[in-house]
Design a protein. Structure first.
Length: 157
């Protein structure tokens, strides 16, 4: 089987869709002009992304409680030399067909060897955004998501 090509993610934006209940999402803008969307991501990550991207309106934290993502954002300049410089790239590259959840691979340099850790995509994207690490998504996953959206739209008619 041929290995899937990757499309570079040029920008990510966290939103909360105004539905009932509200749905936190991360929109990945791709270099080919398309988008890839992660739905029902942790609310805390969307809040933290709105803080570190400094674009648009900052999303308010309804509980007032800080999360680990807030702490990492606060300490990002200190962590850049220890954690940030070791992360080479992240790739959203897997869809679990039973659970319908995505997976990401994080490429980490450990003493000259690159190890790959599987991670929750929203967490991987947060780290990539925090430390300015290249982000990618599998071309196959973009195609699958587009197909699923087309199928949903055709069912509505």
């Amino acid at each position: 089987m041929e290995k899937s090509k990757h499309i570079r993610i040029t920008d990510i934006e966290g939103y909360v869709l105004p539905s009932q209940p509200p749905i936190p999402v991360i929109v990945c803008n791709l270099e080919n002009g398309k988008t890839f969307i992660l739905y029902s991501v942790p609310y805390e990550i969307v809040i933290a992304l709105s803080t570190i991207t400094h674009e648009g309106e900052k999303i308010k934290n309804p509980t007032g409680r800080s999360s680990i993502f807030d702490l990492l954002s606060l300490l990002s300049s200190e962590l850049e030399n220890t954690i940030g410089r070791r992360i080479r790239k992240i790739v959203i590259d897997y869809l679990d067909p039973d659970l319908m959840v995505y997976g990401a691979s994080v490429y980490i340099d450990v003493e000259g060897a690159v190890i790959v850790k599987k991670m929750i995509p929203s967490h991987a994207l947060f780290l990539a955004q925090l430390f300015n690490v290249p982000m990618y998504v599998s071309e196959d996953l973009v195609f699958i998501q587009e197909s699923m959206l087309r199928d949903e739209e055709s069912e509505e008619f």
